[in-house]
Design a binder for this molecule. Structure first.
Ligand code: PAF
Length: 286
């Protein structure tokens, strides 16, 4: 496994592989890897000939009062995990390689970027789309893998790929959870033990939604209110949003009469956590 810090190194390596006819899989990450990331790597290893993983804590997707400076980083540990998985190349660029002085170009996916998490994190998806497009251009993968945990990110990147005629295939993969149901996230490391317990309210509220749907409840507002009631019983939790939206355009729905996303963001202490379930072709995916 090699570690490339420059764009030229990645381009050279990938060009050589492509000459040999290899299919390239790509997993973009911000590092501090967990089983969720590794499940994406494993999928890439299964489906392609060479797997590239990027590790880059992207400053443009953090707001001024967010956790960019303290975001967990541990390259040595990440490297070890990726070596064990048989990853072929890590792209680990310094910030000035991705955003040299005088950098001016940004990518926006209008409207989708302003819904759900976009309301409390203005500019977040602009930063995500910009870095992901840059990474796609550098790595030139055939396929790229993203977790459904960041459902809005998946939907926005799929739209960017469609609108900008990119040739990469975006493959969303299931959310990986701890045995007690908490969705894996690098930010879970911020939680103190009592907050870790309180954070289970997110998963419990989604389980409640799934149960209501299975019993035939299709009224979005009734499901949403029941989820809110459940989370509000947890004193350490403060709801940012609980929303039930159309899976394609992220607009609120009144009835679950199409494919929908039930998404929530909740502060537990000072940590903002997100989770979701999808209701696709009449089936709950969580
Ligand atoms: O999901 C993430 O970790 C990041 O948003 C991504 C896709 C690596 C872009 O920085």
């Amino acid at each position: 496994m090699e570690i490339a810090k420059t764009i030229e190194e990645v381009r050279q390596k990938v060009a050589d592989w492509k000459k040999s006819g290899f299919k390239i899989g790509f997993v973009p990450t911000m590092g501090y890897l967990h089983e969720g990331h590794l499940s994406l790597v494993r999928e890439s290893k299964k489906r392609t000939d060479r797997t590239v993983v990027s590790i880059f804590v992207n400053p443009t997707q953090f707001g001024p009062n967010e956790d960019y400076q303290i975001y967990p980083r541990d390259l040595e540990r990440d490297q070890k995990l990726l070596l064990e998985e048989g990853v072929d190349l890590i792209f680990y660029p310094p910030v000035e390689v991705m955003y040299p002085e005088g950098y001016k170009t940004y990518v926006e996916v209008k409207e989708l970027q302003d819904q759900l998490c976009g309301r409390s994190r203005p500019g977040h998806f602009r930063g995500v789309c910009t870095v992901v497009l840059k990474l796609f251009n550098i790595v030139q993968p055939d396929e790229a893998y993203f977790g459904w945990k960041d459902a809005q990110q998946v939907i926005i990147i799929q739209k960017m790929v469609e609108d900008l005629n990119l040739s990469v295939k975006v493959i969303p993969r299931p959310i990986i959870r701890d045995p007690d149901g908490l969705a894996l996230s690098s930010r879970n490391t911020y939680l103190r033990p009592e907050e870790r317990k309180a954070a289970l309210a997110l998963n419990r509220s989604l389980d409640l939604a799934a149960e209501l749907i299975r019993k035939g409840e299709l009224n979005a507002e009734i499901i949403r209110r029941r989820m809110l009631e459940l989370i509000e019983q947890e004193p350490l939790a403060r709801v940012d949003y609980v929303e039930i939206v159309d899976l394609k355009n992220l607009e609120k729905v009144e009835k679950l009469d199409r494919d929908v996303l039930i998404a929530l963001a909740v502060y537990v202490g000072r940590t903002r956590l997100i989770d979701n379930l999808r209701f696709i072709s009449g089936e709950v995916e969580k």
